[in-house]
Design a protein around this ligand. Sequence first.
Ligand SMILES: [Zn+2]
Length: 248
Amino acid sequence: MTFNSLSTRDSERAVHGVDYAFFVAMRCNGVLCLCKVLLTADRPVGIDVGLESFTTLSTSEKTAPPKFYRRNQKKLARAQRKLARTQKGSRNRAKARKRVAKIYQKIKNRRLDWLHKHAVGIVQRFDVVCIEDLNIKGLVKTKLAKSFSDTALGTFVQMLHDKAEWHGRQVVQVDRFYASSKTCHHCQTKTALTLSDRMWTCHICGTAHDRDVNAAINMLHEGLRLLAVGTTESQNAAGDGVNPVKRW
Ligand SMILES: [Zn+2]
């Protein structure tokens, strides 16, 4: 990849009005590195991740987990059953084993490709991403974990971090014990919810909530609050007492 080809892509982006980007060339331990920095307006987003809706953004956009995964999982199970029926040391067994490995690799590749595209899409649109600090190990113990993949959420969050760094974005991790689902984002009142309560109404202010969207908005507010706490000193020094929550 040459610097020229990157510059061309940059100008294409500008023409289409998607965003603007520039590249910084740095020499690090003798290796030339190119860092891409996207210039956009200050656009924060909160993300609620789950297994029913893989991601829900504070803009109310939901992305379902891909269906191909389940379809391929069935194929994999069938191939594994075939493998179990073959005789040890036979040519058929070797063939069946190869087929299982191939399907497994295909699932892995498709999953990574899907996660990659989804993470890039978010990072290109938003420059501050507020997301829950996931307890993946705790999550996979629940029966919900089989819906997509034990590792997909963890991989996705890692990809978000990596791509955010590459694009000059910021990821703010919110404490996993922060009650994002049951807190009304409008009046901050907590309501006891069960896992099956997908829609609920705040008994104090009467706001009707979609559980995931409410959680994503809370994630955004809490992430921006954490960000503000981390930069309080510099803001005070500049005499700028901005409340980041009000920006939304
Ligand atoms: Zn309320």
